[in-house]
Design a protein around this ligand. Structure first.
Ligand code: SF4
Ligand code: FES
Length: 369
C-alpha cells in the first residue's frame, strides 16, 4: 500500500504584486491582481492546516511579500504554531522598522535576491535601477540580527560578471549564496533565446564558482543550481511531484510546485473550498504524478526513475504540452531535440548577447494592505 508522504515546506505566495519586472520570473504569465488575493483570515486558517499536515518551514514569497501590511500577523502565527519562517524578498520596501517588527513577530531568516552587481545590470534584467535599495536591505537584514541568504539567477546576461557578483554578496555579509542558473518556465521560457548561455561562457562561470567557493569557504556557503539543459539527466524536481512541499498561490489555489499553475490541462483545488490536508493527500492533481506508477516509457523501465522521478512535470508541459511525458532534458526522452535545438541556437558564434527581452508585465505595488 502506498503511504502518502508528509510535506515539510510550504511556499506561501502571498501576492504577485512586485516592484520588479524580471525577465526570468517564474510566476505565471497571467499574474493575479490584489483583489484576487487571500485575506489574512484565510491565510491564518491555511497556516493552521499546514502545521497539522506536518509542515516545518514556511517561505513567505511573492511577488514581493513586503507589499502586504499583514505579513507580521502571518509570521507571528507561524511562530505560535512552531513553524520556521523565511522571507523571500527583493529588498525593495524593507525599512529598519519593518525588519524590526518582522523579527519581533518571530521571523527566522531572509533571502535577498540581486540581479547583478550594478544598477545597470539590475535595470537590464528587472527594469529597476534600485540597486542601492538592495544594498540597504542587506544591511537592514543583518542589523536586525537575521542570517542573510542571497540568491542570484544566472543567465547569458550576467554569467560573465560572476566574480563581481560574488564580491558584492561577500561584501554585503551574506552567509549563504544560491547561484541559480535560470530554469526555463514562464517568462524565462519566453526569453529563453536571450537568456541561454553558450557552453564556453558556462564553463568559465563554473571555474569561477569553484575557485571562489574554495576561497570563501570560511565566510559564505555557496550553492550552484545546475543549468539543466546542459545536463544528461533531468533534475529530481521538488524531490518528486507532491512529495516534500506545496505552494499556495495568492488566490488560494494549491500546487505541488511554484510553477504548476502553467499546466493549463490540470485542475488544482483551492483552500477557499478545501482543507489543505485533503488537497495534499487526495486531490486528483496531487495524486496525478505522485510516485512512479504514472510514468510512461522510457522512465517506466529506467533504473533512474527513483532518482530523478522522470524530471520536471512543468518543464515537460512547457515544452511538449503534456505534463505526463518524460522531461525533455533527459537524453532518453523522445522529445530531447526540443532541448538540444535551443542549445544549438545558444552556441551559434554570430549570436548577440541581448536581443528582444520581454520584461514581466508591471503590477500595482501599493505598500501595505
Ligand atoms: Fe530519469 Fe526518465 Fe530519463 Fe530515466 S528516462 S533518466 S527516469 S527522465
Ligand atoms: Fe513544477 Fe518542476 S517546476 S514540477
Amino acid at each position: 500500500m502506498n503511504v502518502t508522504p508528509q510535506p515539510y515546506g510550504l511556499l506561501a505566495e502571498v501576492t504577485h504584486r512586485c516592484p520588479l519586472h524580471c525577465v526570468y520570473c517564474s510566476n505565471p504569465l497571467a499574474l493575479l491582481e490584489r483583489q484576487d488575493e487571500l485575506g489574512v483570515e484565510d491565510w491564518l486558517r491555511v497556516l493552521g492546516q499546514a502545521a497539522d499536515l506536518g509542515v516545518l518551514q514556511v517561505h513567505l514569497s511573492g511577488g514581493e511579500p513586503l507589499v502586504r501590511g499583514d505579513l507580521e500577523t502571518l509570521v507571528a502565527e507561524c511562530r505560535r504554531l512552531g513553524m520556521y519562517t523565511n522571507l523571500i524578498t527583493s529588498g525593495l520596501g524593507l525599512t529598519e522598522s519593518r525588519a524590526e517588527s518582522l523579527v519581533a513577530a518571530g521571523l527566522n531568516s531572509a533571502q535577498l535576491s540581486i540581479q547583478g552587481d550594478t544598477a545597470e545590470s539590475t535595470n537590464l534584467v528587472a527594469a529597476s535601477k534600485r540597486f542601492d535599495k538592495k544594498e540597504a536591505a542587506a544591511r537592514i537584514i543583518r542589523d536586525a540580527g537575521l542570517p542573510l541568504n542571497m540568491n542570484v539567477v544566472l543567465h547569458r546576461l550576467n554569467l560573465s560578471r560572476l566574480d563581481a557578483i560574488i564580491d558584492v554578496c561577500a561584501r554585503w555579509g551574506a552567509e549563504r549564496l544560491e547561484l541559480a542558473n535560470t530554469q526555463y518556465y514562464g517568462w524565462a521560457l519566453r526569453n529563453r533565446d536571450q537568456l541561454m548561455p553558450g557552453k564556453a561562457q558556462l564553463d568559465d562561470a563554473v571555474a569561477v564558482y569553484q575557485r571562489r567557493k574554495a576561497e570563501l569557504a570560511e565566510q559564505m556557503e555557496m550553492l550552484w543550481i545546475l543549468p539543466d539543459y546542459y545536463e544528461p539527466y533531468p533534475k529530481p524536481c521538488m524531490g518528486g511531484w507532491a512529495q516534500t512541499a506545496l505552494t499556495v498561490a495568492p488566490d488560494g489555489v494549491v500546487y505541488p510546485c511554484p510553477v504548476a499553475a502553467e499546466i493549463t490541462t490540470m485542475e488544482f483545488a483551492s483552500v477557499r473550498e478545501h482543507d489543505l490536508g485533503w488537497i495534499w493527500a487526495k486531490s486528483p492533481a496531487f495524486e496525478a504524478y505522485r510516485g512512479t506508477e504514472w510514468m510512461p516509457d522510457p522512465c517506466r523501465s529506467c533504473s533512474r526513475k527513483e532518482i530523478d522521478f522522470g524530471g520536471c512535470r512543468c518543464q515537460a508541459f512547457a515544452l511538449t504540452g503534456d505534463a505526463g511525458r518524460t522531461d525533455p532534458v533527459c537524453q532518453h526522452s523522445p522529445d530531447h531535440h526540443l532541448v538540444t535545438d535551443a542549445l544549438v541556437r545558444a552556441n551559434q558564434d554570430d549570436r548577440g548577447a541581448d536581443g528582444q527581452l520581454v520584461h514581466r508585465r508591471p503590477t500595482v505595488t501599493t505598500p501595505g494592505r
